[in-house]
Design a protein around this ligand. Sequence first.
Ligand SMILES: Nc1ncnc2c1ncn2[C@@H]1O[C@H](COP(=O)(O)OP(=O)(O)OP(=O)(O)O)[C@@H](O)[C@H]1O
Length: 304
Amino acid sequence: MLSVERLSVRTGDLDLVREVSFSLAPGERVGLIGESGSGKSLTALALMGLLPDGVTATGTATLGGTDLVGVPERRLKGLRGRTASMVFQEPMTALNPLMRVGAQVAEAMTLHGRPRAQARERALALLDRVRLPQPAELARAYPHQLSGGQRQRVMLAIALANDPELLICDEPTTALDVTVQKQMLELIAEVAPALLFITHDLAVVAQMCERVLVMYGGRVVESGPMREVFTRPRHRYTEGLLAASRLTPRGTRLPTIAGSVPSAGEFPDGCVFRNRCPHATPACEAEPELTGGPHGYACRHPAH
Ligand SMILES: Nc1ncnc2c1ncn2[C@@H]1O[C@H](COP(=O)(O)OP(=O)(O)OP(=O)(O)O)[C@@H](O)[C@H]1O
């Protein structure tokens, strides 16, 4: 569905993203990870046609047969939100502070030609879909009257407004506290038609995605099924990322998020990362034989 081939992004004669290729099938969730400055955001912005002035993309990217790279801005405006939609890290800067949030969700649809009354009605349905309480009341609020988590849900409602084929999330939960972050991730996993998920947080990617692309210095240096990349990293940079992360390969099962994570069947013996176990306690640490398992990963603790 999304097919990216040799996508490069440059400014002047400086290459910022180099020949990135990948594909993403309908319903698939792919993580894009890598250290700060590795080119993750520019890759996403290139797919959205939202690169900053002076920064250009070459190569090809098609989504459902529609070209995304090298398309004039006038055409892109009509496509954006219907092909791919994006949710950014900081919703306060993306929302209009002077406009009620319901009107902002509705505007995303009227801009694409939907009649005003219909758009208003659907805006309420979307606010409900992203599990905002009392949508009719909430629609009349201004962004500053909402919590960070609620604003991020409004952004998600806007992103979903025109039934995109692909949702791109760039660190969508970094600014949220842990409990709100978890709820938001569950919601994204549930509503995304297909997902390209950008993050620094390997634990989050392990939870959300089936496949992962690792970027380093503007290139994709490694890609593959999440489990493979995280348990048998081939690139030294990925090894370093894993070592520096909270993930340690001595674990138990991932908590289930909207059925997206590999089931115990896909992970022989429930083999995954220890810190993803919702029940992990210091007692498990004290009893290594319970966390050993045949692969060195499966948690055998009776309480789990
Ligand atoms: N407008 C711009 N002009 C010139 N260089 C830029 C521009 N925007 C980004 N860059 C550079 O391109 C590189 C990739 O940036 P990008 O924002 O894609 O990284 P990232 O992996 O998303 O990082 P982060 O995780 O910090 O958001 C960086 O070296 C950055 O400094």
